[in-house]
Design a protein around this ligand. Structure first.
Ligand code: IMP
Length: 424
């Protein structure tokens, strides 16, 4: 039996989809525990390239059961679209997809609210994906959210939706000067969604705890990255869920004591989408070069990703709060053409060097990175089949990352295909 959590240790887009797909070969269950369709997990396998937003990346292995836990916010329209598109490509989710009846729902008013807040002058712009994630989690925390289970109790759903719209429509009209939503259309649309989702909805905490008793292998698939966690991230420039490994227990109903190992995924450099501090961000020339080479455009929104050097202070913090025991480094090949590769070891702020990741937004924004420079390897690594065959400087770079983080690097990725993966 193995119960593992895979988390992103930066700001998301570390390449978790590919790693989950590889690790899924030994898994019985793959579980999403937070976030929603703001995520975009890219998997390239024999059948082609797929971008998943809600369904766990284990879906391509036919013996794997995929679970969407209670900590996820579900947009039924996006979910049903994803199920349909998988079906068209020959991957049936029937009998293999389980969605928590406790998961909260995203409604059209959440999506609109998300965009209106972002565009409102004077409000902080986060650069969200516009999928209604924050407003749905907001309703959950305010205790006005609507859960999947509620859809199957018509009278209760009627009452909850009516109350929710009363409040939302007043906000839309009075603060944003836009028209509200009509009850009837949403009510009947969501009842239809409920019918379509029925075969998948169950108590997934029961299912997973039964799986633990049967000594099954469970893999938790983190979405986004540690520094987008609502508690541990670069607040307020974060998402609204518990991205970190602890979130796997909260967002699934699996006891924290059952989790055996946490695997962290990092890129060989750093990227971030949306607003917020990014100490090691490249200046424009290198930014375009790496963005182009690494195809750094959001899998969900298509937005260009901001790129920068590997920030060891940021990742060290992630290792600590997640309890990361193994690291997977992705996209090493993107650095192939660089003469020098830099690792950020601290931030200079007011004459002092800060060596642990600061909580203060001001220090995160104004701290000047202190770098350690390494000679590049200046050769193509995309066809390399084993770690020992990598250029010496590439191996040195990986060994150095591992030494700084005090965590072994166990896997390396040098391209998007599953075959471009090396064991260290
Ligand atoms: P939200 O999750 O849509 O509310 O967006 C909040 C922040 O998280 C924004 O900066 C987004 O760009 C970022 N974000 C959300 N999901 C992802 C993801 O899957 N990868 C990278 N960034 C993300």
């Amino acid at each position: 039996m193995s119960i593992k959590v895979v988390v992103g240790a930066q700001w998301g887009d570390e390449g978790k989809g590919k790693i989950i797909d590889i690790l899924s070969k030994d898994a019985d269950y793959v579980v999403r525990y937070q976030g929603g369709n703001n995520a975009g997990h890219t998997v390239v396998n024999q059948s082609g390239e797929f971008v998943l937003h809600l369904i766990p990346s284990g879906i391509f292995h036919r013996k794997v059961r995929c679970v969407i836990g209670n900590g996820v916010v579900v947009d039924p329209e996006a979910l049903l679209r994803e199920i349909e598109s998988l079906k068209q490509k020959g991957f049936s989710v029937k009998g293999r997809l389980f969605i928590s009846d406790r998961a909260h729902l995203i409604f059209p008013y959440h999506r609109i609210y998300d965009r209106l807040r972002e565009d409102k002058k004077g409000f902080i712009k986060i650069g969200t994906t516009g999928r209604g994630i924050g407003p749905s989690y907001g309703d959950k925390a305010m205790r006005s959210g609507i859960r999947l289970v509620d859809l199957y109790d018509k009278a209760l759903f009627h009452e909850k939706l009516r109350k929710s719209l009363l409040e939302k429509n007043e906000i839309f009209r009075k603060i944003y000067g836009v028209k509200g939503f009509k009850f009837k259309a949403i009510y009947s649309q969501y009842l239809a969604f409920a019918r379509a989702m029925k075969p998948y909805v169950c108590d997934t905490a029961l299912l997973l705890n039964q799986a633990i008793r049967e000594k099954k292998n469970i893999l938790f698939e983190g979405a986004q990255g540690t520094h987008l966690d609502v508690d541990h991230g670069t607040y307020p420039f974060v998402t609204s869920s518990y991205v970190t490994a602890g979130g796997a227990a909260v967002g699934s109903g699996v006891p924290p004591t059952a989790i055996q190992k946490v695997v962290g995924v990092v890129k060989a450099y750093t990227t971030r989408v949306g607003e917020g501090p990014f100490p090691t961000e490249f200046a424009s020339g290198l930014m375009e070069e790496i963005r182009h080479k690494g195809k750094e455009f959001g899998a969900t929104t298509g937005r260009p990703r901001r790129c920068g050097w590997f920030d060891a202070v940021l990742v060290k913090h992630s290792c600590m709060i997640n309890g990361i025991a193994e690291i997977v480094v992705t996209k090493l090949d993107v650095l192939d053409d660089l003469k020098v590769v830099r690792i950020c070891m601290g931030y200079k702020y007011r004459g002092k060097i800060v060596r642990t990741f600061p909580a203060s937004l001001t220090v995160q924004q104004r701290g000047v990175p202190v770098y350690e420079d390494h000679a590049g390897w200046l050769s193509d690594t995309t066809q390399v089949k084993k770690f020992s065959a990598l250029p010496k400087n590439a191996r040195k770079y990986i060994h150095r990352l591992s030494a700084i983080l005090s965590v072994p690097v166990t896997m390396l990725s040098v391209g998007s295909h599953e075959k471009q993966t090396l064991l260290v």
